[in-house]
Design a binder for this molecule. Structure first.
Ligand SMILES: C[S@@+](CC[C@H](N)C(=O)[O-])C[C@H]1O[C@@H](n2cnc3c(N)ncnc32)[C@H](O)[C@@H]1O
Ligand SMILES: [Zn+2]
Length: 295
């Protein structure tokens, strides 16, 4: 398996192709975007931003990296890798080059892990990969860790990617913009969306919101233009063995900003916490995908 950084970006200001040069990326109209020292590019012009520092904060990114690297969500990463493997195998003898976008990639865990699983597989296949997030902190952290992939600061609402360019779009707990996902996806591409299931982190939520009742699973409709071809639920329990793991989990979620002082003290006194992890994986296509079986 050969893995490269995806390179065919478009200028966020006029939509023309960007070409790479020593200092960064430029379009034929003379717009230039510097490459940051960590290797990522910022394709989010200041006037596209709704706030000065959009997306996850640095503190959230640090907590997310530590929590994910501890392996608690590894079963999701390995399921996603199997799915990608089944996808590429379904093209055997027809096509051997694919592209993947992790839209709202955070600090890059899933893109990194999924490609790491595939790296040792079938040599005939080649993947171009890019992670995009609106948070500069997330992209910076992702770029430092996986230099062979491409990392871009941009919004899912306006992806700096050409139409029909992606085989796979991955959106894990992210901000989905289906019109853009549809535009950039190839005809035989696959959208993999992961949402929290109704039981996700329920034990943590019971401490934070003691009065809140359990929700039922609201299955997300397929995004405009897409057809659902499979859904999977992944559910298991994990034991958070240290106070640091509990704090990291809290800090990487919006619960951190809603928790009362009383619940925070309760959490701080725990030495460990068993929580349910519950993911809903929703697989969509433009309707032309060969059948994919994941075991
Ligand atoms: C819950 S985190 C998930 C990150 C990563 N997918 C993961 O599971 O580790 C949501 C991410 O979406 C990003 N985000 C929020 N709005 C966005 C937008 N409009 N475009 C791209 N990313 C966005 C945040 O910065 C954050 O990194
Ligand atoms: Zn331009």
């Amino acid at each position: 398996m050969k893995i490269n950084g995806f390179k065919a970006f478009i200028c966020p200001l006029d939509g023309t192709a960007l070409s790479e040069n020593e200092a960064g990326w430029s379009c034929a109209q003379g717009h230039h975007f510097d490459r940051a020292k960590e290797g990522y590019i910022n394709l989010l012009p200041a006037h596209f931003k709704r706030s000065k520092d959009p997306g996850d904060s640095k503190t959230m990114v640090v907590a997310r990296r530590a929590f994910l690297e501890a392996g608690y969500y590894e079963p999701l990463a390995s399921f996603l890798a199997k799915l990608l493997s089944a996808y590429q195998d379904s093209f055997s003898g027809i096509e051997n080059k694919f592209s993947i976008l992790d839209a709202g990639c955070g600090e890059g865990f899933y893109l990194r892990e999924v490609l790491e699983h595939l790296r040792w597989e079938n040599d005939d296949f080649e993947w171009d990969a890019v992670g995009i997030d609106i948070s500069k902190w997330a992209v910076q952290s992702a770029a430092k860790k996986a230099k062979d992939l491409s990392w871009v600061v941009a919004s899912n609402a306006q992806l700096p990617l050409p139409s029909d360019s992606m085989s796979i779009v991955l959106n894990v707990f992210g901000f989905a913009v289906y019109e853009e996902f549809f535009r950039i996806m190839k005809g035989d591409g696959m959208l993999i969306q992961v949402d929290p299931g109704s039981d996700h982190l329920k034990e943590l939520r019971e401490i934070i919101y003691p009065e809140v009742k359990k929700d039922s699973d609201n299955e997300r409709e397929a995004g405009t233009g897409f057809k659902t071809f499979e859904r999977r639920s992944i559910r298991y329990k994990v034991l958070l063995e240290t106070q640091a793991d509990i704090q990291n989990l809290l800090t990487m979620t919006p619960h951190r900003y809603r928790i009362s002082q009383e619940s925070l003290i309760k959490l701080e006194q725990l030495e460990s916490l068993e929580v349910t992890v519950h993911f809903q994986v929703h697989m969509m296509s433009k309707g032309k995908l060969p059948e994919i079986t994941v075991h």
